[in-house]
Ligand binder design. Structure first.
Ligand SMILES: Nc1ncnc2c1ncn2[C@@H]1O[C@H](COP(=O)(O)OP(=O)(O)OP(=O)(O)O)[C@@H](O)[C@H]1O
Length: 257
């Protein structure tokens, strides 16, 4: 059963004559990690905003657990590129923020938040201030915060875009661990090709104007990492390199579509 389903979705910004996205159909089910890859302007953020309910489609339907998506909701946990943390609150308060908004009592929301902070490797950091964290640690707080509300799916918009190569690779590994342990399906957008090929169980390449799906691939690499294969071994394997080169070609073509 697909948790999230998009049927022939189109998007248009108010006042714009052109579509931003056209004819997007996709499904996200349990145990899937869908990555949307595409050049700048191909509509990745627009697509995520539609799924998050921040904007409504101009055509087509989006359903989550069978119900139409008509606005934002706690059933979708969103992690943004620039951490959207509250700088005057601690790590623990930030992670518990969504539950505080819902009126969950302090002891209960802090217990949930501590559990998710441990999952992202931030045990012991609960009482740090946000300004004392590195970029990678802030993104982990963002992931913990999204998980604390126990959403049906996680949506991530270029979550590691601001991190350097080494930290970025660690963040990718962390995300696969979180995906496996939390058993939450993930929808992630990126323009980084190696990241997309490594993480995705299902890779969707967007291209053209309006943005549309130019290719779909089913990939094994994230699952191989999750099953215990070391990250460098996965990323240097001949089949990984072949997949990466194939995707690179497709993205180049999408640039010119
Ligand atoms: N608020 C807006 N109003 C009007 N048009 C917009 C708005 N936001 C995006 N667009 C247009 O919609 C199209 C898709 O943009 P979008 O930001 O979704 O692409 P993207 O793939 O996420 O790009 P990037 O990788 O640069 O973030 C572009 O043509 C863009 O100019």
């Amino acid at each position: 059963m697909a948790l999230l389903e998009l049927r022939k979705v189109g998007a248009r910004y108010p006042g714009s004559r052109n579509l931003a996205l056209s004819d997007i159909s996709l499904r996200l089910g349990p145990e899937q990690l869908v990555v949307v890859l595409g050049p700048s302007g191909s509509g990745k953020t627009t697509l995520l905003n539609l799924i998050a309910g921040f904007a409504l489609p101009a055509s087509g339907q989006i359903t989550l657990n069978g119900a139409p998506v008509s606005g934002p909701g706690a059933d979708r946990g969103v992690v943004f590129q620039q951490d959207a943390l509250l700088p005057w609150q601690t790590v623990l308060e930030n992670a518990a923020f969504g539950l505080a908004l819902r009126g969950v009592p302090r002891a209960e929301r802090e217990e949930q938040a501590r559990r998710q902070l441990a999952l992202v490797g931030l045990e012991g950091f609960e009482h740090r201030n946000v300004w004392q964290l590195s970029g990678g640690q802030k993104q982990r707080v963002g992931i913990a915060r999204a998980l604390t509300a126990d959403p049906s799916i996680l949506l991530l918009d270029e979550p590691f875009g601001a991190l350097d190569a080494f930290i970025r690779e660690q963040a990718q590994e962390l995300l696969l661990n979180v995906w496996q342990k939390s058993e939450k399906p993930i929808f992630l957008i990126t323009h980084e090709i190696e990241e997309a090929v490594f993480l995705a169980t299902d890779l969707i390449i967007l291209g053209g104007a309006p943005g549309r799906i130019v290719e779909r691939l089913t990939l094994p690499f994230g699952r191989r990492y999750a099953a215990g294969e070391p990250v460098r071994q996965v990323k240097s394997a001949p089949d990984f390199i072949a997949a990466r080169e194939h995707v690179l070609q497709q993205v180049f073509q999408a640039h010119h579509a």
